[in-house]
Design a protein around this ligand. Structure first.
Ligand SMILES: Cc1ncc(COP(=O)(O)O)c(C=O)c1O
Length: 404
């Protein structure tokens, strides 16, 4: 079977901008202007007052958790269907992950289970817009206000999605994005936070920038005043931080991608629509439900596969047949985070025994996520040519038709 390749990711100014960075003296955000330019454009496009670029969508989560005031021993609630990073970032902040079950149709955090899992130790909620679909933000925000919890939106998979006419990202206190290789906007690795809260923006920048005292919500360049910075008596750091800074090369590529973000998002949405049409007549491929008032930017098309029960074909066999017919690989969903060895084996507990000694995550704590996760199929949507998406979705249509 001939492999049909996606066109290049470099749709616009990437190479031109990269060359400019290479030819400059400034390859770091401590002196350069590319992070600044990226942040400015990102905050404008995503309707937020502040944007801070960091080097991944995990460092953004970690910095956000510390910025909103999560302290050792606090509990952070996050959904049971998501990547591991929401939990590992929580552990890196010396806090305790608490897993919340999902809605069986939208696969996003279930507000009812969220409220049940709140305790006096709860401090923050990480709400994930899974596969590009916002969660039920009104209900989640209501609960957050009732219990005085901070809300971090993890929008790594969700660019420009809307919830009731509002762009997601500023509904919670702070929002995190990832620019990792597979994301709508990619520069290999990278991340961004947005917020309307000046204090939080400054905290994130300082946590991600070695705690340099002259970092602000708007300013990531620390060496602006050479006389001050080069003086031996100058004291630089007033906060414990990490180096989560984004290199200028990465910022330049991300900026060029951002210039094309509408097109990039649109391509995924249109590709997903082809695949949804292709499975319309089946009762064994059930796409993630998008309720009235929500929009999905389709990082991937999440589908519940009921073929085992309805047509007697296993998940693996259906995937194999699709690939053999010329379709692309279908990804399964990542394991429910607490069933990963890194959490089950509890080595992390040694970091802080007094916090984690009584923490365990037995099977059954989030039954809906546990039962749906093995059934999920993630169909590729990052086609940069809709003819390919159409061609691949036709292959799926023919395969599905065989089993109707
Ligand atoms: C929902 C979600 N959160 C966080 C991350 C972590 O982002 P990164 O890979 O940039 O660290 C990802 C990316 O894989 C993600 O999909």
């Amino acid at each position: 079977m001939k492999k049909i390749k996606n066109p290049s990711k470099y749709l616009g100014n990437e190479l031109r901008y990269l060359e400019k960075v290479l030819n400059s003296e400034n390859w770091s955000s401590t002196t350069g202007n590319w992070n600044q330019a990226l942040e400015k454009k990102f905050s404008e496009k995503f309707d937020s007052k502040y944007a801070v670029a960091l080097n991944s969508g995990t460092s953004t989560l970690h910095a956000s958790l510390e910025a909103v005031g999560v302290n050792p021993g606090d509990e952070v609630l996050s959904p049971a269907l998501t990547v591991i990073m929401d939990a590992t970032a929580t552990i890196h902040a010396n806090a305790i992950p608490v897993f919340v079950d999902i809605d069986p149709d939208t696969f996003t955090m279930d507000p009812e289970d969220l409220e049940k899992k709140i305790t006096p130790k709860s401090k923050a909620i990480i709400v994930v817009s899974l596969y590009g679909l916002p969660a039920d933000m009104d209900k989640i925000m209501q609960i957050a206000r009732k219990y005085n919890l901070k809300v971090i939106e993890d929008n790594a998979q969700s660019f420009l999605s809307k919830y009731k006419e509002r762009l997601i990202g500023t509904i919670g206190d702070i929002a995190s994005y990832s620019f990792e290789n597979t994301k709508h906007l990619s520069c290999g690795e990278g991340g961004m936070i947005i917020t309307n809260n000046k204090y939080l923006a400054e905290r994130v920048r300082k946590i991600g920038g070695h705690g340099f005292k002259n970092l602000t919500a708007e300013e990531g360049r620390v060496k602006l005043n050479q006389d001050t910075f080069q003086n031996p008596y100058y004291k630089r750091h007033d906060l414990l931080g990490w180096n989560y800074r984004m290199p200028e090369f990465t910022a330049a590529v991300a900026l060029a991608q951002l210039e094309k973000i509408d097109e990039l998002v649109e391509l995924r949405i249109k590709s997903a629509k082809y695949f949804i049409e292709a499975m319309n007549e089946t009762d064994f491929l059930i796409p993630q439900q998008v309720h009235e008032g929500y929009s999905n930017s389709y990082y991937t098309l999440g589908v519940k596969y009921e073929g085992e029960k309805k047509i007697g074909i296993s998940w693996e066999k259906f995937r194999k047949e699709y690939i053999e017919a010329g379709g692309d690989g279908i990804y399964g969903a990542w394991s429910v985070p607490y069933l990963e060895p890194v959490i089950q084996e509890r080595n992390y507990a040694k970091r802080y025994p007094e916090i984690y000694e009584n923490i365990s995550y037995p099977l059954g704590i989030c039954p809906i996520a546990e039962s749906i996760q093995p059934k999920l199929m993630q169909f590729k949507t990052n086609y940069r040519n809709l003819d390919i998406a159409r061609y691949k979705s036709d292959i799926l249509y023919k395969l599905a038709k065989k089993y109707i």
